[in-house]
Write a protein that binds this ligand. Sequence first.
Ligand SMILES: [Zn+2]
Length: 113
Amino acid sequence: MSRADESFRKRLEEEREKLTAQLERLGVTEQENPGYSTHIADDATEVYENAKNHALRQHLQRLLGQVNDALAKFDRGTYGLCEDCGGEIDRARLKALPYAALCIQCQQQRERS
Ligand SMILES: [Zn+2]
């Protein structure tokens, strides 16, 4: 494994810590139970805050999943390889997005379809 790969791994680990901390602050330990709230929000602000937190939490959890996937790839030795075509993901792309799972071409293809 090259030095460059190690720096990506470090960044991913930092990202994971950051995301985990953010999720903890949002109370991710609460049981997810969409559509069946155990307490009824008594004003519109609370409803809005809950919806906003829920969306943010989903966003953070999705990111965390991507970060964990990327870290798992280090163990398998497939980090930096596109999940669709198996080609190498551009270094510049990984620098901007260390948990990118697809190369630019495949990403664009998915966005088009
Ligand atoms: Zn690809």
